[in-house]
Design a protein around this ligand. Structure first.
Ligand code: NI
Ligand code: MN
Length: 226
């Protein structure tokens, strides 16, 4: 799988010839000023919840790419009102098979409203299962016990976890979350974008190392094959 980081929680994952974009937030992010939004291509755009730092560029990129937008029912209803027709609504506990593999929606402990104040349903995380690799994209969440179910469902080769604290779990709880999902390779997200979520990246990596795990922190704009 080829991974590109666009800052905050926004990643592009290329797998089996398909491009999946997560939680598009680029233009308002000063740390992502170098990213050329117009060059982004995607087949699917997955949205965990409605907050601006996960949806700011959603409508523009949905129009630009004609990707299928996948999110919870309430967010998809809002997306359709913005004129986007290529959508697939899901909700927590459900899965659907797409051409690249399976998406299962799982619980996230957070909140969800759209930038205009519209109710955004319940926040979610995604389990992605493909022929090549399985991974968990947690979205914004606290540590919670339901994560133990994920470790029992399926082997997750990677876990994308928020580590910035304040709005989501921080590093110490993310280490416990990685134990719950039985995953040793963690991709950090939702950190450094604003003062409240700044981390000490060296310390963060050490904390995962002490538990026999590896924390990957990509630079904004970086593409890496994992
Ligand atoms: Ni949020
Ligand atoms: Mn957020």
């Amino acid at each position: 799988m080829i991974l590109t980081y666009y800052g905050h929680s926004c990643f592009l994952v290329e797998i089996g010839g398909k491009r999946i974009l997560f939680d598009p937030f680029i233009r308002p992010n000063p740390l992502a000023a170098s990213v050329d939004l117009k060059s982004i291509k995607a087949d699917y755009i997955l949205v965990t919840h409605g907050h601006l730092d996960h949806t700011a560029d959603l409508i523009e990129l949905a129009n630009q790419t004609n990707a299928v937008v996948i999110s919870n029912f309430e967010i998809i209803e809002w997306v359709k009102k913005q004129g986007i027709t290529n959508t697939h609504a899901m909700n927590i506990g459900g899965h659907w098979i797409f051409d690249f593999g399976k998406i299962k929606c799982v619980n996230a402990v957070h909140s969800s409203s759209l930038p205009d104040g519209t109710y955004g349903g319940n926040p979610m995380g995604f389990l992605i299962e493909t022929d090549q690799i399985n991974f968990y994209y947690a979205g914004d969440t606290a540590l919670h016990l339901d994560m133990k179910l994920i470790g029992d469902f399926k082997k997750m080769h990677y876990a994308f976890l928020p580590i910035g604290n304040n709005y989501t779990m921080g590093i110490d709880n993310a280490v416990i979350a990685s134990d719950f999902v039985k995953c040793d390779k963690i991709i950090g997200m939702h950190y450094d974008t604003v003062d409240e979520i700044k981390i000490d990246s060296k310390e963060a990596k050490q904390k995962f190392e002490h538990h026999g795990k590896e924390l990957f922190l990509l630079s904004v704009g970086e593409t890496r094959e994992i």
